[in-house]
Design a protein around this ligand. Sequence first.
Ligand code: MG
Length: 426
Amino acid sequence: MVVVDLVTIEIILFFICLLLSGFFSSSEVALISITRAKVHALLSQGRKGAEALDILKRSTDTVLITILIGNNIANIAAASLATAIAIGIYGDVGIGIATGVTVILMLIFGEIGPKMYASRHIEELALRVSRPILYFSKAIYPVLWISDHIKQQFAFRPGVAEQVVTEEEIKEWIDVGEEEGTIEEQEREMLYSVLRFGDTTVREVMTPRVDVIMIGDTSTLENALSIFNETGFSRIPVYHEQIDNVIGLLNVKDIFAAAFRQQMDVTIKELMYEPCFVPESKKIDELLKELQVKKQHMAVVLDEYGSFAGIVTVEDMLEELVGEIMDEFDEEEPEVQQIEEGVYLVDARAWVGHLNKNLNLDLPLTDSYETLGGLVIDRLGYIPRRGEVAKIEESNIELIVMQMRGRRIVKVKMITTGEDEPGGSG
Ligand SMILES: [Mg+2]
């Protein structure tokens, strides 16, 4: 028979309490950190412990209270045991020694260490501790029952502020995924543009009124034919008396059909159709769905006063999505393309500072813009139309707007006319 004295038992119990404290603290981190989505995945993989994990994840409060109780019992028991041991050995000074030793050991082995470990092994730890924690929560059910009733008394309504996953979180996951290599950069850009899509308003993608070719409702069929012929558009807004007052859309097919039938005396009013009128602030994801249901391709945008503000097409909206993706794939396309000596086609998003440096130019830089498109707007004082020219006289440079998308300048032709021959070739 081995005779074990009381102090040895106490020391063994002390370390068991320390271990238990570590167990509860690491469980806390693992069970709280693991996401519902991850649990869902583990459950469908049929991983051991996943079912218990699923039950626990449905009630975060239960998990927290269970772990709090377990951790506190372990910590207090460890402190009591340490005090008893220390007093037994050192007498009254033992209290101070026990306190110091317990605090240090408890912090390292009962709290910080386990929590650090758990934060690095969330998944495996969560699976491993889920069943013990679930059983323990059943064992302390009376305590949980009381806390539940207190909670109801204070009318803590669960689930009110509980949003399972926010858009910001999804973006963070995408970023983390890209950093860790599970998502490629292009995929990240696509996912981002999908998320952005829902926040984009019609105002941001529409073609503004100044850029819209229109036709009066009293125009002739011949007139309409020539407009369609010149512009190549397939739909044109129809106004009544003044251009603020758009009353319909005219489809090129209807014009051709009428022309084919030789109905030269038919009026535009008879051929046009009732469009969708939408406010500038409408979200494009909603509008896209609406137009799909109505089988329409173009909507008429009205400003807050109900005046004609512009038009928006299904293509405009899809470009917001696909265009961004295309930009990513088109990375090869340079910001600056030299067309001929001293003539460049430049992406309007190019930074003026970079252009100056790379092409040896002296375009003016102020605080009010950074990009070439910004410089054009700053000089003109308004959103330009295609073909408009901003002359930067002090630099002997002409900037011609080549392409617009909505209110955004896309491409600018830059002609350096000065006696200073620009160096470099972009
Ligand atoms: Mg602990």
